[in-house]
Design a binder for this molecule. Structure first.
Ligand SMILES: Nc1ncnc2c1ncn2[C@@H]1O[C@H](COP(=O)(O)OP(=O)(O)OP(=O)(O)O)[C@@H](O)[C@H]1O
Length: 233
C-alpha cells in the first residue's frame, strides 16, 4: 500500500491518502499539483511536512521508473538498444544477460525493429515506448508516467496500457487530462489547487454511496458511453 499522511509541499496539501497496488490515474486542472504529487512519490524531493511510504519504505529507498511528457529530454543514449540496456549496464549485469533481457523487452514492446536505430528521428510514440521500456526493464516498485499520453493517439495509448498491465509492476501512477484513458484505471485521484477532491478510500469497488463520482473510473466510462456518437460533449 502507498500511504500518504499530512503532506504539505509547495501547492500540495494532502491530509491522508492510501493507494492499493494497481493502476492509479491522477487528474486535475493545469497547475493543480499533479507533477508535484508524482515527484514526491518518486522521492525526487521529500515533502516539507508529512510522510509518504510505499509498502512501508520511503520513496527514495524504492526502485522508481519515471517517464515524462517529453521522454526525449530524459533519454541518455544515441542508440535504442543502449538506452534500453542502460539500467542493466549500470547494475553491472553481464553482456549476455543484457542482450537477452533487452531483446525480450523490445519484443514485448513491439520495438525489436528499432533496436539498432538512432533515438534521434524516432516518432513521439516510439520515444515513449523506448522510455517506458528503459523504465520497466529496471523492474520498478512504482512506475510513474507524467502526462506521457498527451502526444499519443488512442490506439497507441491502449497498446502502452496493455504492455504496462502485463508487466506486473506493483504500482503504476500516471497523470492525464484524458477521460478515456483514466477510465481504465483502478483508482482516480483528482487534484485541485493542491488538494484532493472528493477523494475516495474505496478502490476497485466503483462508486460507493453516491459520492466521489469524479474519482470513480466507472464514472468516466459512463461519460464516454453517453457521449460517444455525439458531435460535441
Ligand atoms: N519548483 C517549483 N517552485 C515553485 N513553484 C513550483 C515548482 N514546481 C511547481 N510549482 C508550482 O506548483 C503548481 C503546481 O505545479 P505542477 O507542475 O505540479 O502542476 P500540474 O498539475 O502538473 O500542472 P500541468 O497540468 O499544467 O502540467 C504550479 O503553480 C507551479 O508553478
Amino acid at each position: 500500500m502507498i500511504k500518504i499522511h499530512a503532506v504539505r509541499s509547495g501547492i500540495l496539501n494532502i491530509s491522508s491518502c492510501a493507494i492499493k497496488p494497481g493502476v492509479c490515474g491522477i487528474t486535475g486542472p493545469n497547475g493543480s499539483g499533479k507533477t508535484t504529487f508524482l515527484k514526491l512519490l518518486a522521492g525526487i524531493f521529500p515533502p516539507g511536512t508529512g510522510t509518504i511510504h510505499i509498502d512501508g519504505k520511503n520513496p527514495a529507498d524504492c526502485v522508481i521508473g519515471w517517464v515524462g511528457e517529453y521522454p526525449d529530454r530524459n533519454i541518455l543514449f544515441t542508440r535504442v538498444f543502449d538506452e534500453l540496456a542502460s539500467h542493466l549496464r549500470f547494475s553491472k549485469k553481464n553482456c549476455t544477460d543484457i542482450e537477452k533481457i533487452v531483446c525480450v523487452c523490445a519484443r514485448n514492446l513491439g520495438i525489436s525493429h528499432l533496436l539498432d536505430r538512432a533515438v534521434h528521428g524516432l516518432s513521439g510514440g516510439e520515444l515513449v515506448l523506448i522510455a517506458c521500456g528503459a523504465a520497466m526493464i529496471a523492474q520498478p516498485d512504482l512506475l510513474i508516467l507524467d502526462e506521457t499520453d498527451s502526444h499519443l493517439d488512442d490506439e497507441f495509448c491502449s497498446h502502452l496500457d496493455n504492455i504496462i498491465q502485463k508487466s506486473g509492476i506493483r504500482y503504476v501512477l500516471f497523470s492525464s487530462h484524458r477521460p478515456e484513458h483514466l477510465a481504465h484505471t483502478d483508482k482516480i485521484i483528482t487534484l485541485e489547487n493542491g488538494e484532493m477532491q472528493d477523494h475516495t478510500s474505496s478502490q476497485n469497488t466503483g462508486n460507493q454511496g453516491g459520492h466521489c463520482h469524479l474519482n470513480d473510473p466507472g464514472f468516466w466510462k459512463t461519460v464516454i458511453a453517453e457521449t460517444s456518437g455525439r458531435d460535441t460533449l
